[in-house]
Design a protein around this ligand. Structure first.
Ligand code: E4P
Length: 214
């Protein structure tokens, strides 16, 4: 499974990128807003020059024409930019237009398998089902991933599934077992995935034993 980082913070991206484990980056308006005072396009440009993989940048318009206009401006920043489009009727139309222009899209805010199927049929390069937000309202986010994986397998659909809205390492593990193509993971969750108390304990013991050899 490919690993994306879900942040607009350049220091977090740089820190994970240097580990050699990063395949791409996803941002959204809320994540951009956390980078107070910085210009949206400036942030996206910087990220796209740092990480060679796909970089998702989200449109703000709600009408098809506005989405396509914003998408064309964002796509012009760099070859690796992917346009995040909200899962609406207007968003589907924009996805289809952008697909015909060869612009890659990531259809976001997906909360049902039917939405994922429609997004894929409209030509989405990626679909982003939100696991954590479904769990938050007492539903089973991972079941959604399983359903989308099965439907895409049934029909040989090529859109890639990004497990999004990830809250903890267990979400990543379960998404990988379910067959998601990608997980987009917050920085703090990635750090937690690296750590294990037994690893720390093991290092401590090896070093203590090594000292005895002196
Ligand atoms: C996905 O691309 C979104 O940016 C993200 O995963 C949303 O996660 P949240 O529910 O933690 O805001």
């Amino acid at each position: 499974m490919k690993i994306f980082i879900d942040t607009a913070n350049i220091d977090e991206i740089r820190d994970i990128y240097q580990l050699g484990i990063l395949d791409g980056v996803t941002t959204n308006p809320s994540l951009i807003a956390k980078e107070s005072g910085r210009d949206f396009k400036e942030i996206i440009t910087e990220i796209s020059e740092l990480v060679p993989g796909p970089i998702s940048a989200e449109v703000i318009s709600l009408d098809t024409e506005g989405m396509v206009r914003e998408a064309e401006e964002l796509a012009a920043i760099n070859d690796n930019i992917v346009i995040k489009i909200p899962m609406t009727k207007e968003g589907l139309a924009a996805t289809s237009i952008l697909a015909s222009k060869g612009i890659k899209t990531n259809v976001t805010l997906i909360f049902s398998a039917n939405q994922a199927l429609l997004a894929a049929n409209a030509g989405a390069t990626y679909v982003s089902p939100f696991i954590g937000r479904l769990d938050d309202i007492g539903m089973d986010g991972m079941e959604l991933i399983r359903q989308i994986v099965q439907i895409f397998d049934n029909y040989g659909i090529e859109s890639e599934i990004i497990a999004a809205s990830i809250r903890h390492p267990q979400h990543v593990l379960m998404a990988a077992l379910a067959g998601a193509d990608i997980a987009t993971i917050p920085y703090q969750v990635l750090l937690k995935m690296i750590k294990h108390p037994m690893t720390d304990k093991g290092i401590e013991k090896f070093l203590a034993d090594w000292e005895k050899t002196k």
